[in-house]
Design a protein around this ligand. Sequence first.
Ligand SMILES: *Cc1c(COP(=O)(O)O)cnc(C)c1O
Length: 449
Amino acid sequence: MFQPDDASLSPVLESLRQARPVLWTRPECRNTGAAPGAHFLMDQVLSAQERFARFAPLLAELFPELAATGGVIESPLLRAEGMQAAIGLAPQAGRLWIKADHALPVAGSIKARGGIHEVLEFAESLALAEGLLQPGDDYRKLAGPKARACFDRYQVAVGSTGNLGLSIGVIASALGFRSAVHMSADAKAWKKARLRARGVQVVEHAGDYEKAVAAGRAQVEADPCGYFVDDERSASLFLGYAAAALHLRVQLAQAGVRVDAEHPLFVYLPCGVGGAPGGIAFGLTQLYGPHVHCFFAEPVQSPCFLARMMAGCGQLPGAPMPPSVYDLGLTNVTEADGLAVPCASELAYAAVGGHLRGVYTVADDTLYADLARLKDSEGLRIEPSAAAGFSGPRQLCGSDAGRAWLQARGLQAHLPRATHLAWTTGGLFVPDEEYDRFLSRGRSLAAGS
Ligand SMILES: *Cc1c(COP(=O)(O)O)cnc(C)c1O
């Protein structure tokens, strides 16, 4: 384990190692030891959005729940006055909104964005290469027997803590691919059962998320007709997530929410490996420049992106690169299974590390309490991972570190006109029994605090 001498232990590092909730804000620093920068362009984000549009008629045919939207997979933007009061965010500190990805159809989580995009991109390139599709064709052709016979020769595989597997398995099997999902030990039983019910092969691994990913990668390397969705390194996933920013901009405008120097937008994004929040933060930064302030949220036992950010700023001297949460003496054990990742994606870090304002950590008990508050104030049903965003306003407006940062940035004066956006990232398919347990645990914790 990495053991800095005590003199070099900053207060943030101290809290981090003791698994206490903490807010870290990014100092102006040159990123040392960064991976070669991943450079994405807004054009690529637009291409991802166009790909979703080309596939929409086919998706509407494959998934009855998408008929009403013509195959568009999107989530509502909601004003959350009740939850704002429940988390104690004063009206003078801005307005709380929710981007409700917990309700995303097909996958039931934010993974619908990146995961489905990557499988669609693979299917599209295969169909074009095999002459099944000409540019400009109606993509509903891909539901026909010729395309399905072709797709059946290929296997799509992924390693996942659960939700990415759900999204990849469901879309891959709907298109006619064979699919395999390598799951870590912490993946929930209902997620495995749901995949098996769709004909997806579920391979269980005793170790953590990284082990599941490595096993999936190795299996596909041995299969000439195998395609591996690499959560730690995939540009296609990242761009699928980033496309969410384009839709959010339309929703904010329709809701009359302004974003500019006098109307700052704070966005709180639950983070696992960093791809989903990274893609979205990248897209939003392209659209809103300095007026959007993105923060990532991680469990106190799994702050892998925070560790990576600190290392990049020279604040983890002597730590292995890239650092893992085990190097900090943490366990990576959390009920937030979507966020239980020991080591950040270097691709996400390189692409978005320089745009992030900060990262904060959340205790599992707080996730449960906020899950219950959200149900009781707004009637929304989310999973524990998805509650991590709600600690953002609390950390930013209610902690010394947060207030000092707002002051230093000249943002304090604009708070009354600020928008706080918590991204709720999953929950739609959590079984009732499981959800009821979350809720009763959360209610007793919320009552006790
Ligand atoms: C995967 C996931 C995230 C974070 O996405 P990463 O790309 O792993 O950072 C957040 N919330 C939920 C519910 C997830 O499933």
